[in-house]
Design a protein around this ligand. Structure first.
Ligand code: SAM
Length: 299
């Protein structure tokens, strides 16, 4: 198992995702001899997990069952232990696309936080790219580095425990893209510029407040960044449902000499038809933050 490579079978030492229901999943470190309690009963790792195929249905001790899934960055985002606020897949997808990340890209990130975005970046830049991630909170930096190893992506990432606003990213002229999720990103814009390659690159900053966005845009313009564009991503998931629509009655069929029997009996001649349709949500998750993108031109 690795977060950047799929394997068919669950092995000792893997991190698997136990799926109890759509809104109920948990990550499990698979260990010979260990047990995991669920509301459906106990899962015994040696017999129920190790050697089973990812995706298998596993029956727990109380007779209920769960599915055991291969980990992905998306599943990690909804199951990881929160040590900070995190980024979710809607924003992450836009960040990945707008930063033009691909296998082989070199990316700088700060702060690392709980590593939600980092895992998605690592999956995209693997197998030849690299992530330099900077986190000034020592325990968070140590914990996330441990998780990267456990998830077998440690070789793709360097975690630095330092203040990005004072000390930068620890690399110069190597990055294709820089991502900032810190309270005062404008203080790190100069370091972002220095980390990017001479031939240029992309930068993105996530901020919840518009005042932070304004300051970041000013700093980006001051440092010579171009194409500065803040945006906000709001997701509307439509409900798919079946509706029953009555067929229209266009009156008697002039081309037919005979009156249909059901019309003679005074009952409607036309029935209804079942159709699939979608409805927009009445409510949707609100504002998460603004994503400010910009381009460093070739120098
Ligand atoms: C909101 S969290 C980042 C969450 C992360 N994007 C994720 O998806 O899990 C912000 C992190 O930035 C760190 N941080 C804040 N200012 C920093 C700075 N100047 N240098 C390095 N890290 C910083 C904080 O300690 C915190 O862990």
């Amino acid at each position: 198992m690795s977060f950047v490579e799929y394997s068919d079978f669950i092995q000792d030492g893997d991190v698997a995702v136990v799926y109890l229901g759509h809104d109920s999943m948990m990550p499990v470190k698979v260990q010979q001899g260990a047990q995991t309690q669920t509301r459906y009963g106990v899962i015994r790792h040696s017999t129920d997990l190790i050697g089973q195929r990812y995706g298998s249905k596993v029956t727990c001790s109380k007779g209920g069952w769960v599915h055991v899934l291969h980990p992905t960055p998306e599943l990690w985002t909804v199951t990881l232990p929160h040590r900070t606020q995190i980024l979710y897949t809607t924003d992450i997808a836009t960040i990945t696309m707008m930063l033009e990340l691909k296998p082989g890209s070199v990316v700088c990130e700060s702060g690392t936080g709980s590593g939600s975005l980092s895992h998605a970046i690592l999956r995209t830049v693997a197998p030849t790219g690299h992530l330099h991630t900077v986190e000034f909170h020592q325990q968070r930096a140590e914990k996330v580095a441990e998780e990267f190893k456990e998830h077998r992506v440690g070789h793709l990432v360097t975690v630095r425990n330092q203040d990005v606003c004072k000390d930068g990213f620890g690399v110069t002229g190597v990055a294709d893209a820089v991502f900032l999720d810190i309270p005062s990103p404008w203080e790190a814009v100069g370091h972002a510029k220095a980390a990017l390659k001479r031939q240029g690159g992309r930068v993105c900053s996530f901020s919840p407040c518009i005042e932070q966005v304004q300051k970041t845009c000013e700093a980006l313009a001051h440092q010579g960044f171009e194409e500065i564009s803040p945006l906000e991503v709001l997701l509307r998931v439509h409900d798919v449902r079946t509706v029953s629509l009555p067929l229209p009655d266009f009156g008697p069929d002039a081309s037919s000499a005979q009156t249909p029997p059901d019309a003679r009996e005074g009952t409607p001649r036309y029935g209804s038809v079942a159709l699939k349709t979608t409805t927009a949500p009445r409510e949707m998750p609100g504002h998460t933050g603004y994503l400010t993108f910009a381009t460093k031109p070739r120098t």
